[in-house]
Design a protein around this ligand. Structure first.
Ligand code: ADP
Length: 240
């Protein structure tokens, strides 16, 4: 398993410093929550890690440097992300979505070299995301939470090792939130996970480290209780 090590990450848009010298370490198999007011640079940081925006500094996943590589290469190195609005093929079934994702970006030869067959990978993912009963249902007819889980499943079948999730429980019911918590617990057993999140109760249930970003910099880091008690954090949230 590999960890994430970010050093002096910087992203500018026309001179505006959206990410301004961020250091971040996530241990292999850990879950790190990323919080901060709107415009803090959370999405831009994830964009930089996944190759969507140009950045300086260094981003190591295990021994591999991700910065400077194109998006598809970073994806093939086992880095995957979700967006706030789940991007699934609504006109296709749950199973078809997973089948397509399992073959995405891979040559037939690499599919043949996989240790487990695509059907096995897909049925394992179906179980993990709790959608086995919905496998033949059109993705467009799934509940909001189920769509988010399907999107995560589409990354699992691509053998993602570093998972970056953008507000995975936003708009979810209490039960869906609990189920997502359980899913993250399972998924992080053999993956490193970074979650942009606002829901303090959800984060507290994990008792993991939270990194607070503000104006492109790390403002505070610690447990949910520690960052909530940090006067610097209180100030930026009250100032919103
Ligand atoms: P967060 O996800 O924490 O809300 P973002 O990373 O989306 O923050 O944005 C950080 C800052 O960078 C914001 O001020 C935003 O307006 C700016 N920004 C983000 N993307 C772009 C872009 N493509 N062009 C110009 N400015 C951008």
């Amino acid at each position: 398993m590999s960890g994430l090590r970010i050093r002096d990450l910087r992203v500018s848009f026309d001179g505006f410093k959206a990410v301004d010298g961020v250091d971040l370490d996530v241990a292999p198999g850990d879950i790190r929550f990323l919080i901060g007011p709107n415009g803090a640079g959370k999405t831009t940081l994830v964009d930089a890690v996944t190759g969507l925006v140009k950045a300086s500094g260094s981003v190591h996943f295990g021994d591999a440097e991700l910065l400077g590589r194109p998006v598809h290469q970073i994806a093939r190195m086992g880095v995957g992300r979700t967006f706030q609005t789940a991007t699934v093929f609504e006109e296709l079934t749950v199973l078809q979505n997973l089948d397509i994702a399992a073959g995405a970006g891979r040559s037939p030869w690499s599919l043949l070299r996989r240790r487990t067959s695509v059907p096995t990978v897909v049925s394992e993912a179906l179980e993990t995301i709790n959608l086995t009963a919905q496998r033949d249902q059109l993705a467009g007819t799934l509940a909001h939470g189920q769509k988010q889980w399907l999107e995560i499943g589409m990354l699992l079948v691509q053998d993602v090792r570093l998972l970056l999730l953008d507000e995975p429980v936003a708009g979810m019911s209490h039960d869906e939130r609990d189920a997502t918590g359980a899913l993250l617990g399972v998924v992080s057993r053999d993956r490193t996970v970074v979650v942009i999140e606002h829901d303090m109760d959800f984060m507290r249930s994990f008792a993991r480290t939270v990194t607070v970003l503000h104006a492109g910099k790390v403002l505070s880091e610690g447990s949910v209780a520690q960052v909530q008690a940090d006067p610097k954090v209180q100030e930026v949230y009250l100032g919103q």
